[in-house]
Design a protein around this ligand. Structure first.
Ligand code: FES
Length: 207
């Protein structure tokens, strides 16, 4: 005879106290999924932020993007022709806007040049970096030569290596680096500025 006090068995109840029920298993799976997603979120957003400069273009402010220039593209304005004295080289900073993956920085110095004007208003431009080891040359007191203070390289006003009267060797491996691409636009001097590798016999532009 059946025991009238026995209860109907519950199929969802634990059977041995170790194995979770169906509801318990689903809860455990969900907690693992949610935990994984929450754990990965900061890593994924950090990775996207790290890679963003590669996949997006740098943003140039509108007022700069709309800025009109009178000179040829890729050229930089250096000075006005009228500001130059004939046969008196003058030094000017070369200023350009800088763009990298993260930043747009306007009006940054990227080098310097000597500009010399002849009587017929033609212009010669030299990079001030010494071709020997990269120091900066200066014009001497009577504007007759370019001198480097580091190891005594010297150059004539046309940029050729100067042979010292004393016979002291000139350590520069080549002439002073001229800037070849020069344009005069509405009375202003514009150049396509380049830096060059020092310490070489051949003149090779840096890219
Ligand atoms: S760097 Fe100019 S002489 Fe050496």
């Amino acid at each position: 005879m059946a025991d009238s006090t026995a209860t109907t068995s519950d199929s969802s109840a634990p059977t041995d106290g170790v194995h979770p029920t169906g509801t318990g298993r689903r809860a455990a799976i969900w907690s693992v999924v949610v935990g994984t997603v929450v754990g990965l979120f900061p890593k994924v957003t950090g990775l996207l932020a790290f890679l963003s400069p590669i996949v997006r273009s740098p943003k140039v402010p509108d007022f700069y993007a709309d800025k009109e220039t009178d000179g040829p593209s890729e050229y930089l304005r250096i000075c006005s022709l009228a500001a130059l004295e004939v046969d008196k080289p003058q030094r000017f900073a070369v200023i350009s806007d800088q763009i990298d993956g993260w930043n747009f920085t306007p009006n940054q110095p990227i080098g310097s040049v000597y500009v010399q004007k002849s009587a017929d208003d033609t212009v010669q431009v030299f990079n001030t970096t010494c071709p020997h080891a990269g120091c900066s040359v200066s014009i001497n007191s009577d504007s007759s030569a370019y001198l480097c203070p580091c190891h005594n390289s010297a150059f004539n006003l046309d940029g050729t290596k100067l042979i010292s009267q004393s016979g002291r060797p000139n350590p520069s491996p080549r002439n002073l680096d001229s800037i070849e691409q020069i344009e005069i636009v509405e009375g202003d001097v514009w150049i396509n500025f380049q830096n060059f590798y020092p310490g070489r016999h051949e003149k090779k532009a840096k890219v």
